[in-house]
Write a protein that binds this ligand. Structure first.
Ligand code: NAP
Length: 448
């Protein structure tokens, strides 16, 4: 547990009491509070306005029933969520996650993180998150469509380009966004492109959105390496997951001269000493929607480890891109022992608090998700800009905008960490800088 001053510790216990049974949310709050002591000492007005108390309470939480019928005609009931966390900087913005493990705690932790992440991008967007305990993985296209239509039949009334703008996350890719947007359009009788992002290119989507989180992560880590006088050239990298974030992380690492030797899914990991063949991964995951084990069948030189930990693989740079709490303290120790010196989080909160401590004590450069994976939401905001102006930018121009945004997030985190006396501590840099931007806006807008 990070060291908190007496008042913050008291407040943290209140958060736990008030939000019982929500361990992921507690973890996310604690991680931010751990950085805020020096900010409160410097700015006593934040205590006076109870900004921290207000920021930890979502503005609105919506939980709803999602009834639908599967292909056999059996009635299924899922639970839908949208937590509208903070709109001080702009409309709520944040993805939808469809996975059986989704619950209120997971959505609240993601919405809380999203608020600070969105502030770090410098774009006018507030924070929110949503989803359902529905898992599209084992479902037919027709079932996914019926589920999405039922989900949107309730959610649509809470959305709008100036109100709340969801996007994808785990289990929600372009197929799901298509069905969701179709139903939104049908119910509202409006082609309101700016109400959802992650759309297909033919119907209001933006170039680079698909690649944005992965590419953005690599731009951020490139800056971390640069700050240490290094680059990706020749670096051995491990990327967990094999979904949207992982695939485009691997692509950009390879373009910058790094070698990715391992990636995974929730069943196991593959190790390919010669470097991952990304076209093969894309074919398995984006076209066939199959398991990563297929990779080893197509590439006999490669090793598949069912159920093992990908963090056993020695690397210079570790890029967790699968899910929360995937790097334990023990995994972090193994990574450090095997020579890893840089970690960049593509996923949200993939490193457990003990893991962060291990990395920081070992002098590993550690880039937290709320800064390092902000490229996805930043490019969503660029998609909203294009929708609002009925424009479509080129790939090169949009990628350059993304690169500029990630470079400036890195600079902001780096400089803030120095200003508050913890040079190189990106966790403090991101938390303080994101928090302070939201806090200033909240104080300016009054007690609402
Ligand atoms: P995705 O396309 O659904 O891919 C998730 C990948 O992670 C899949 O390969 C999945 O394997 C694997 N995975 C999930 N749970 C796992 C577990 N417990 N152990 C090992 N592997 C696991 O999702 P995504 O959009 O790439 O999102 C990945 C992470 O990035 C999430 O934390 C998300 O919140 C974060 N993120 C995403 C975006 C974005 O723009 N998409 C933006 C910011 C942050 P299976 O196929 O076996 O489930």
């Amino acid at each position: 547990m990070p060291l908190l001053d007496e008042k913050l510790e008291e407040f943290y216990h209140e958060v736990v009491q008030r939000n019982q049974g929500e361990p992921e949310f507690h973890q996310a709050v604690l991680e931010v509070l751990g950085s805020l002591g020096p900010v409160l000492a410097k700015h006593p007005e934040l205590r006076e306005h109870k900004v921290i108390e207000r920021i930890c309470e979502p503005e609105r939480q919506i939980i709803f029933r999602v009834p639908w019928q599967d292909d056999s005609g059996t009635v299924q009931i899922n639970r839908g969520f949208r937590v509208e966390f903070n709109s001080a900087l702009g409309p709520y913005k944040g993805g939808l996650r469809f996975r059986s493990s989704v619950n209120l705690s997971v959505i609240k932790f993601l919405g809380f993180e999203q608020t600070f992440k969105n502030a770090l991008t410098g774009m006018p967007i507030g924070g929110g998150k949503g989803g359902s305990d529905f898992d599209p993985k084992s479902r037919s296209d027709a079932e996914v469509m019926r589920f999405c239509q039922s989900f949107m039949t309730e959610l649509y009334r809470h959305l709008g380009e100036y109100t709340d703008v969801p996007a994808g996350d785990i289990g929600v890719g372009q197929r799901e966004i298509g069905y969701l947007f179709g139903q939104y359009k049908r119910i509202t009788n409006r082609y309101e492109s700016g109400a959802l992002t992650g759309k297909g290119l033919d119907w209001g989507g933006a170039l680079v959105r698909t690649e944005a989180t992965g590419y953005g992560l690599v731009f951020f880590v490139r800056e971390m390496l640069k700050a240490r006088g290094q680059s990706f050239e020749g670096k051995k990298c491990v990327v967990s997951g094999a979904g949207n974030v992982s695939i485009y992380t691997i692509e950009k690492v390879q373009q910058l001269g790094g070698k990715v030797v391992a990636c995974s899914d929730s069943s196991g990991y593959i190790y390919d000493e010669q470097g991952i063949d990304l076209n093969c991964v894309k074919e398995i995951k984006e076209v066939k929607r199959a398991r990563i084990a297929e990779y080893a069948k197509a590439n006999p030189r490669c090793r598949y480890v069912a159920g093992g930990s990908i963090w056993d693989v020695p690397c210079d740079v570790a890029l967790p891109c699968a899910t929360q709490n995937e790097i334990t303290g023990h995994d972090a120790q193994k990574l450090v022992k095997n020579g890893c010196t840089v970690v960049g989080e593509g996923a949200n909160m993939p490193t457990m608090p003990e893991g962060i401590r291990v990395f920081q004590e070992a002098g590993v450069a550690f880039g937290p998700g709320k800064a390092a994976n902000a490229g996805g939401v930043a490019t969503s905001a660029l998609e909203m800009q294009q929708n609002a102006s009925r424009d479509a930018w080129t790939f090169e121009y949009t990628e350059q905008r993304l690169d500029d945004i990630m470079t400036s997030i890195h600079k902001r985190c780096y400089e803030t960490a120095e200003e508050y006396g913890t040079p190189g501590n990106y966790v403090n840099g991101a938390n303080i800088s994101g928090f302070f931007k939201v806090a200033r806006a909240m104080m300016a807008l009054g007690l609402i």
